[in-house]
Design a protein around this ligand. Structure first.
Ligand SMILES: [Zn+2]
Length: 68
């Protein structure tokens, strides 16, 4: 095997460094057509909330941190 076995591509390497799908950051972004798009750094979660407050609540539910 070559020394390239750890990472198939630079992209995969960067993704791994970023947390490899970990829920380290969530975003709540207003849409032009109304509502707020909520997304997570894990790239497995994306929902549309009716308000920024709801979006933040959903984000906390997603990450499982009910504290605060
Ligand atoms: Zn997540």
């Amino acid at each position: 095997m070559s020394d390239n076995v750890m990472y198939d591509s630079p992209t995969e390497f960067l993704h791994d460094v970023a947390g490899a799908g970990a829920c380290v950051a969530q975003s709540v972004i207003p849409r032009d057509e109304g509502g707020y798009v909520c997304a997570c750094s894990c790239e497995r979660w994306e929902v549309v909330a009716t308000s920024r407050e709801e979006g933040l609540r959903l984000a906390r539910e997603h990450t499982g941190s009910s504290a605060e």
